[in-house]
Design a protein around this ligand. Structure first.
Ligand code: DC
Length: 254
């Protein structure tokens, strides 16, 4: 990672790269971020986990002590804020940081206040409109794995590869409980997972749903490694230019 385009190659590589986006959607703890991250590493692309934008918007609103249910105030604040996606300074990372009005929001995105507030902010139609526009601009760079809930349906309906990751509620609750290390038992996590699912799938704007042309990959009975391998197979099958193993792929920009 960390390569940059040079000299005469720039144009050709850039246009070759632009068409290269993979949309990954799925419910909480379906493994989409882990699979997306590994795919980005294998292909030498960038990972754009769009959840960071809704998290950053939530962080910003909370910092300004805006009540998250006041949709208009939240929308006005977010609309007046500058969101920048910046390649992570760690050269080995494929990920992006999110900066809001020049301040790096990334370290705050997993704080519990953000965690609990983000579904409310992500359900505001106007906020989504603003975020989707930025996401589309970012994805236009290409050579990118874009992860979220509405990527294949709303953000990048023309993405050449769309993967919808699924896993049973029980499996996802088990994965989350193992990840969180906060003492919550599996049953409590299962209840929270169900609640979060209902919110993501039932919201009026951009509910979580597989695009008609997405490949649904159920990871309930797969290890993470198997899920990654399967996702890579799907990508290489649908992008014939990537089919040849070991072929050099243009690196992500930035
Ligand atoms: O994937 P995550 O947990 O970081 O997502 C945080 C919240 O943002 C979650 O409530 C789902 C929402 N989200 C969304 O509505 N659309 C996206 N494209 C990405 C995330």
């Amino acid at each position: 990672m960390g390569h940059r385009y040079h000299g005469r190659m720039t144009q050709a590589l850039a246009s070759e790269c632009e068409r290269r986006v993979v949309a990954i959607d799925g419910p909480v703890a379906s493994g989409k971020t882990a699979v997306g991250r590994a795919l980005a590493q294998r292909l030498g692309w960038r990972l754009f986990d769009t959840g960071i934008m809704y998290r950053a918007a939530t962080w910003k609103a909370q910092r300004h002590a805006v009540h998250l249910d006041e949709h208009e105030t939240v929308t006005d604040l977010i609309g007046a804020s500058d969101f920048q996606l910046v390649p992570c300074p760690d050269r080995n990372s494929t990920e992006l940081e999110v900066h809001v009005d020049g301040e790096n929001a990334t370290p705050h995105l997993r704080e519990s206040a953000v965690e609990s507030g983000v579904p409310t902010v992500a359900a505001i139609a106007e906020v989504r409109r603003l975020m989707v526009r930025i996401q589309q601009q970012q994805a236009a760079q290409g050579c990118m794995i874009v992860v979220g809930r509405d990527i294949g349906t709303v953000v990048l309906p023309d993405a050449p590869v769309k993967i919808f990751l699924e896993a049973s509620e029980e499996v996802r609750a088990r994965r989350r409980a193992a990840e969180q290390h906060n003492g919550d038992d599996e049953q409590a996590v299962l209840v929270a997972t169900r609640r979060r699912d209902a919110r993501d799938r039932g919201r009026e704007t951009s509910p979580l749903i597989a695009a008609a042309d997405a490949v649904v990959l159920d990871t309930s009975n797969l290890t993470l490694e198997e899920s990654i391998d399967e996702a890579e197979r799907i990508v290489r099958r649908q992008m014939p230019e990537l089919a040849e193993p070991g072929r050099a792929i243009p690196p992500a920009r930035g």
